[in-house]
Design a binder for this molecule. Structure first.
Ligand SMILES: Cc1ncc(COP(=O)(O)O)c(C=O)c1O
Length: 484
């Protein structure tokens, strides 16, 4: 008899799974019982949890079965070479950046990029110039970087060596990689794409084309976010535009950033996913997209509801459902979980975001429309109020990030805790990251501007989930002792 009070982690997960929510969050699998391939993996999970011995090859220096599997993977991805990563796209991002850039290199990087990119910038002391994404006003969301923005910033930083983009974004907006990559090639810039949310693009013509097929030099894709692979599985795609030497450097850093005991269950999960999606992807996405269209039409009949689509972003991943309602996302999320047993991926302002995959059951999908209609009916007063127009993202994407000290130095400097409202012009000694989506608000060593304070207070007032590296207080921040 297991005494669950002695295994609090397992107890918590047990309680969560016993709620039997319709889950629209990562990972992309829904623990399907009727998928033979997944059942086979589950039955063998512990059998396949082995190490590098005769016959099992080695992820770090693949020559046999891992190599064979990576060749099939690269074919599926449309890449010259694809590498399995068992430390998520976080590690894939590190490997591609470290393999191609040197200390102090200047880069053009999308402002709304993931914290792993910001961390790579700090670790390598790269000099970032930020590409400001378009803003989708009606949803108060940052979107993709346009070619015009890339050209504008390249003129200001002609010595840049690489462009780092996020596409698709967390919200499913996809950049015009074809045009952006053509510009990068003409101008001697590497184009590295964090495509963590777009792993499924390779498996259906009904979805946007993947960035590696549209001219990126390298891309990282999280197999666990949208595909039926286990958490932490990611693939790093390398294009034929890279030389042997460049790919060999990336392979070097791929080893540096992976465990030296890579998990075979994770590798198998990625291989089985690739196999399964090659066999069934086209049909699965055709069916899923048809169901999503019905759901979206249903949602749009609810007064005041907007659904993100090609109208707001010319290239859009329709499997990402972003619903904007007059209610706060946090309240909507709580109500959906409590009263309708629906768990979304995340909320942001008045948006609620669902990751839809071919493994969602049709009745679960349709439940989303019914539940939001019900929340509308139960909350007519809140729903119809006209206050607090959304206004966060435009300034949140535009404030300058002024780095005064390197993160690695800040960690050794004296600091103190002060009220965040008094922190104007002080240097932060901590990291503040609204999560998800994991785009940092401020990093150690950066000067705290009014915009940072305003954005922080805005996020707090919307009860956003905020990760902090430094302090306990909600309205305080740790700063370096000396005034800037
Ligand atoms: C845009 C983006 N890039 C990279 C990552 C990191 O991916 P992983 O969780 O596979 O390490 C995330 C995670 O949420 C993400 O949203």
């Amino acid at each position: 008899m297991i005494r669950f009070e002695r295994v609090p982690l397992i107890k918590g997960l047990k309680l969560y799974t016993e709620e039997k929510n319709a889950r629209f969050h990562m990972p992309g699998h829904r623990n399907e019982e009727d998928m033979e391939e997944l059942r086979y993996l589950k039955e063998n999970l512990f059998h396949f949890d082995v190490t590098e011995v005769e016959g099992t090859d080695n992820l770090h220096y693949p020559e046999e079965i891992v190599k064979e599997s990576e060749i099939l993977l690269a074919e599926a991805m449309g890449a010259m070479e694809s590498l399995y990563c068992i430390n998520g796209s976080t590690a894939s991002n590190y490997a591609m950046i470290f393999g191609l850039l040197r200390r102090n290199d200047r880069i053009l990087v999308q402002r709304n990029c993931h914290q792993s990119i910001y961390n790579a910038i700090a670790l390598l002391d790269l000099q970032p110039a930020y590409l400001i994404p378009e803003v989708i006003e009606d949803f108060d969301l940052p979107s993709i970087v346009t070619l015009e923005e890339l050209k504008r910033m390249h003129r200001k930083s002609p010595d840049a060596r690489a462009v780092i983009l996020t596409s698709p974004t967390y919200h499913g907006t996809v950049a015009d990689i074809e045009r952006l990559s053509a510009y990068c090639r003409e101008n001697g810039l590497y184009l590295l794409v964090d495509e963590a949310h777009g792993a499924h693009f390779s498996f259906s013509d009904l979805l946007p084309q993947s960035s590696i097929r549209r001219g990126a030099h390298a891309s990282s894709v999280s197999f666990h976010k949208t595909l039926p692979a286990m958490t932490q599985s990611s693939v790093l795609n390398l294009s034929a535009l890279l030389s042997d030497k460049e790919r060999s450097r990336i392979r070097h850093y791929h080893r540096v950033f992976q465990s030296s005991s890579p998990s075979y269950p994770l590798l198998c999960s990625m291989e089985m996913t690739r196999y399964y999606m090659e066999e069934h992807g086209e049909r699965l996405y055709e069916e899923l997209i048809a169901r999503i269209e019905v759901l979206k039409a249903d949602l749009l009949t609810i007064p005041g509801v907007r659904v993100l689509s090609e109208k707001e972003s010319r290239i859009y991943d329709t499997t990402r459902l972003v619903v904007n309602t007059p209610l706060s996302g946090v309240l909507m999320d709580e109500t959906l979980r409590r009263e309708h047993k629906i768990q979304c991926e995340m909320t942001e302002g008045r948006n609620i975001i669902f990751i839809l995959t071919p493994f969602d059951r049709e009745d679960d999908l349709m439940k989303i429309g019914r539940a939001i209609k019900d929340v509308h009916d139960q909350n007519e007063l809140l729903w119809n109020r006209k206050d607090d127009p959304q206004s966060y993202v435009r300034y949140a994407m535009n404030y300058p990030l002024l780095r005064k000290f390197k993160e690695s130095d800040v960690l050794f400097m004296e600091d103190e805790e002060i009220e965040i409202k008094d922190a104007h012009n002080r240097v932060s000694s901590e990291k503040i990251i609204p999560y998800p989506p994991g785009i940092p608000l401020i990093l150690p060593g950066e000067v705290i501007s009014d915009e940072v304070i305003k954005t922080y207070l805005h996020l707090r007032s919307h009860e956003a989930n905020i990760l902090r590296s430094g302090t306990g207080g909600n309205d305080t921040i740790r700063v370096l002792r000396e005034e800037v």
